[in-house]
Design a protein around this ligand. Structure first.
Ligand code: URA
Ligand code: SF4
Length: 199
């Protein structure tokens, strides 16, 4: 990527980050420590989208540092990727108390930030973790979302203003913390990245 383009990207992301850090569009700002805007390299070709920051993510301001993060690191290991090779963010930027599922008001208020991050970062591959992230990313690209149990591990190619990209919906790694069978499926699905990256 050209240096100028990278610089431009960096400025757009910095401006967006300031906006998110000051956001009070839904009630979650009242209980958050600070928003988790995203983590990793904005020049990465792979973007991973989770659901919302957990307790430890909220404390540390870093993505996937808890139990689900350990699983994510195992998955990245499988395909020889490191955190610096990807950009990670979530549907909601602020931690929902007791990790409640994102509600309509929260998603409606926050989703524009994720959509802008995608348009600025322009990833070649988006991996969505769990049903909430998958549903919202599918919406952006006019794909029909049914159930994560049906769609997980499939590769969806979509046209965007920055070229064709691939979307891969997966189970959320938090689920795999408690179900060994889910962990096995998640690993199988994740390995598909290998052949895509090699092409
Ligand atoms: N779970 C998520 O969905 N996102 C995080 O950042 C951490 C845990
Ligand atoms: Fe703003 Fe999103 Fe945080 Fe709600 S969750 S306060 S919309 S950044």
């Amino acid at each position: 990527m050209e240096e100028q383009e990278e610089e431009f990207k960096k400025r757009l992301i910095e401006a967006l980050n300031i906006e998110i850090n000051n956001c009070k569009k839904c009630d979650l700002w009242k209980t958050r420590n600070k928003p988790l805007v995203g983590d990793g390299s904005i020049n990465a070709e792979i973007m991973i989208v989770g659901e919302s920051p957990g307790y430890y993510e909220d404390l540390q301001g870093k993505a996937f540092v808890g139990e689900a993060g350990k699983i994510l690191d195992e998955l990245l290991d499988l395909v020889n990727l490191e955190r610096k090779d990807i950009y990670i963010t979530n549907v909601l930027k602020c931690h929902p108390p007791r990790n409640h599922n994102p509600n309509r008001q929260e998603v409606y208020s926050c989703i524009g930030y994720l959509y802008k991050q995608i348009d600025i970062i322009k990833p070649r591959i988006i991996i969505t973790l769990g049903k909430f992230a998958s549903k919202e990313v599918f919406n952006k690209f006019n794909l029909e979302f049914t159930r994560i149990s049906e769609l997980h591990g499939r590769v969806y190619e979509v046209k965007t203003f920055f070229g064709n990209i691939k979307i891969i919906p997966l189970y959320h790694p938090a689920v795999a913390c408690y179900h060994n069978e889910m962990l096995r499926v998640l690993k199988e699905d994740f390995k598909k990245l290998k052949s895509i990256l090699n092409n």
